[in-house]
Design a protein around this ligand. Structure first.
Ligand SMILES: Nc1ncnc2c1ncn2[C@@H]1O[C@H](COP(=O)(O)OP(=O)(O)OP(=O)(O)O)[C@@H](O)[C@H]1O
Ligand SMILES: [Mg+2]
Length: 598
């Protein structure tokens, strides 16, 4: 059971609406992704109908075989075998075509849905990333989608096929003997009730399994990312226990689901046996009053026995349909209910002119936070100037710069770039204005060139120029394939200083007018700090720069130093002015750190 709070994204209510309407609603939601599948679906429909028609033909063969196969007036010897072989040949072909067509439709839907889901990642409101974990999102997009789509389509196919078989067989039974057939009908409501009750339970169990799987995947994700910390702190055992606990609850859920779905079959079989015995008794009783031929009776019983297979298959459909629908719903909910980032429409005609930045009484309170991260910031940044932000940890420096590319929005007040509220800016145009270099450098598993030119087709000359300006030309020159060398998984083989300079090269390549540096040099030794500093000097020359630094030595030359405390600006001025006032900054300076307690 998942009693621990789940990191899952799922927002769907935990109730099971009637399966039929759920299925219809799902098909409606899937329709936009099934475009061009028409011909395949038509093919599948024809194949399914053909398969269903061949169903009663087997018992129908029994009647002439038994009635006319043995007495006088005999059938030619070859007729029955020939009919039987042709029948199964047609049946085999139609079954094959139906399977092929369904799989073609399924995977074209999966492909489109997956792409659409992935694009949600790039359009979603940033709150998506605080609400859901990477593993639960990849679970939804990769695993649940595949599973859900193939389960729903396959069970739908089997449902339609079996339903048609049942209709065809029942039709034949009615034609043979309608009184007996009514007995067969009488089991219907009982079966429906059993299936309904069990699929309700399955829906609940499936939702719980989804959350448990997410949690399990999240533990794996964390342990992969933090493997060094885990080993250093000898946390293997506790992590193993954490995993085992979740794996255990997943196992219990899986067994419960199996119990629920496996119970359907024996129950329906018993009901079928009851119907069968009733029919046989009634038929024997009838035979004393009316004349039923042996062949007629054999055909009836065969058709009835044949009825059990599709009926059983239909009863089993409930389980996988519920499982598949729940999985697909999760994917479609992500697609349809993820709030999108709101963008304005303003685009400057001239993107090269540096624009002034202005903060007007900006407040920021994060959702569920008690204190404001920013409480009334007023700040003007003239183009080309370097502004340094210092202040104790948690004073709001990162929050302030995160407002600029709208990673978070001010809850009160406004931020203006070029005199235009950030919320009126077209999102891409706005983000084009900023380069960010922060301490946690993220590299993609691609070539050096692609990482430097991220988002654009790499221009070799410009990439080389950026690497040179970032003081990486020696490093790049020694790579086996030069700038076309793969950096590997998050460029893990690079040193801290190299990764940082690669991030600076990326910022240089982007050539944005405003540069934001968040603690860009704090984790480096003196030697790489010198290299990074030189690279930074290239990056910030002629650009508006906002720099957050923990070491005061890196910001002494800033045009203005802003000292923050608890979301407010408490001091501002140049280094010498601030030293002269002997306030917060002077005290920090004495401590030698820009983030000591103020
Ligand atoms: N995503 C978030 N959700 C909720 N609260 C947040 C979030 N990010 C930051 N905070 C809170 O906002 C306040 C300011 O955080 P911020 O990261 O801006 O500080 P900082 O000045 O950059 O600190 P540091 O020097 O340690 O990096 C802190 O109290 C922090 O706990
Ligand atoms: Mg910070």
């Amino acid at each position: 059971m998942s009693d621990a709070p789940s990191p899952a994204t799922s927002t769907a209510p935990d109730v099971a609406p009637a399966r039929g309407s759920r299925l219809l609603a799902m098909l409606r939601r899937l329709r936009p992704y099934a475009q061009g599948s028409g011909p395949y679906l038509a093919l599948v429909a024809i194949a399914v109908i053909v398969t269903a028609i061949t169903e009663p033909l087997v018992p129908a063969l029994m009647k002439p075989l038994l009635d006319r196969g043995f007495g006088d007036n005999r059938l030619a010897l070859w007729i029955v075998p020939a009919a039987l072989i042709s029948l199964f040949a047609v049946r085999g072909l139609s079954t094959f075509v139906a399977k092929y067509g369904t799989s073609a439709v399924t995977y074209s839907i999966v492909e489109r849905l997956a792409s659409a889901q992935f694009s949600v990642l790039h359009k979603a409101h940033p709150s998506l990333y605080t609400k859901s974990t990477a593993s639960s999102l990849s679970n939804t997009m990769v695993y649940e989608l595949q599973l859900g789509a193939s389960m729903v389509v396959n069970t739908l196919l089997s449902l339609v096929k079996n339903l048609l078989s049942v209709v065809a067989l029942l039709g034949y039974l009615l034609y043979l003997n309608w009184q007996l057939t009514l007995i067969v009908f009488s089991v219907g409501p009982a079966m429906a009730w059993v299936i309904r009750a069990l699929s309700k339970r399955l829906h609940k169990l499936t939702k719980q399994s989804q959350s448990a799987t997410d949690e399990l995947a999240y533990v794996v994700e964390e342990n992969v990312l933090a493997w060094r910390t885990v080993r250093l702190h000898h946390a293997q055992e506790t992590q193993q226990k954490r995993f085992a606990g979740l794996a255990h609850s997943l196992r219990r859920l899986a067994v419960k689901s199996t119990i629920a779905s496996a119970a359907v079959m024996p129950v329906t079989q018993i009901l079928a046996a009851v119907a069968l015995s009733a029919v046989i008794t009634a038929a024997l009783w009838q035979s004393s009053t009316t004349s039923i031929s042996v062949g007629g009776f054999a055909a009836f019983v065969t058709a009835m026995l044949l009825l059990i297979t599709p009926l059983r298959a239909m009863s089993e459909v409930a389980g996988s349909l519920t499982r598949g629908l729940t999985a697909l719903e999760r994917g479609l909910d992500l697609l349809e209910h993820t709030p999108q980032e709101a963008s304005g429409s303003y685009r400057p005609t001239d993107t090269t002119t540096p624009l002034p930045l202005q903060f007007e009484n900006v407040h920021l309170t994060y959702p569920n936070a008690e204190q404001s991260a920013l409480a009334g910031i007023d700040l003007q940044v003239t183009p080309g100037r370097t502004i340094a932000l210092v202040g104790s940890s948690g004073s709001g420096k990162t929050s302030l710069v995160n407002l600029l590319p709208r990673f978070v929005d001010a809850t009160q007040g406004r931020v203006l770039l070029g005199g235009v509220d950030l919320r009126e800016w077209q999102m891409d145009a706005l983000r084009q204005q900023f380069s960010f270099v922060s301490q946690d450098v993220v590299m993609f598993s691609d070539t050096v060139a692609a990482n430097v030119a991220l988002g654009e087709a790499p221009d070799a000359e410009r990439v080389k120029a950026a690497l040179k300006a970032a003081h990486l030309q020696d490093w790049a020159g020694a790579l086996p394939q030069g700038i076309d060398t793969q950096v590997g998984h998050n460029a893990n083989t690079l040193s801290g200083g190299q990764r940082q300079r690669l991030a600076i090269a990326r910022a240089l390549y982007k050539n944005a007018p405003i540069v934001v540096l968040d603690e860009a040099t704090s984790a480096l030794d003196t030697e790489s700090e010198q290299a990074v500093k030189a690279a930074l000097a290239e990056l910030t020359a002629g650009r508006t720069t906002l720099i957050i630094a923990h070491r005061l030595s890196t910001i002494e030359h800033a045009d203005e130093i802003i000292v923050m405390h608890q979301g407010r600006i408490v001091e501002r001025g140049t280094h010498s002015q601030l030293i002269a006032t002997s306030g917060h900054y002077a005290r920090l300076h004495q401590l030698g750190s820009a983030t000591g307690s103020v």
